[in-house]
Design a protein around this ligand. Structure first.
Ligand SMILES: [Zn+2]
Length: 81
């Protein structure tokens, strides 16, 4: 499942940080609003990574690869270890 990076319109948001990444199935409609703050977002071109190509093994690796810690928490994997 590809991971897309989105930027909130205006680029500054205290709720989501103004920028976030989301893993979305290809058959889902493009995200139009931030799921956290409901502000309009745009998808950043060239920031798509597929798990097959890039596989972070730790939180620091994930950060280095541009993944957000927030996404890891959403998945409930690292937070509960
Ligand atoms: Zn936001």
């Amino acid at each position: 499942m590809p991971i897309y990076e989105y930027e909130v319109e205006g680029g500054d948001c205290h709720i989501c940080g103004g920028r976030f990444e989301l893993r979305r199935p290809l058959d889902r409609a493009e995200l139009k609003d931030c799921p956290l703050c409901r502000r309009p977002v745009r998808k950043l071109i060239g920031q798509v990574n597929t798990p097959k190509v890039l596989k972070p093994t730790s939180i620091s690796d994930a950060k280095a690869a541009g993944f957000t810690v927030l996404e890891r928490r959403d998945e409930g994997t690292y937070e509960r270890l």
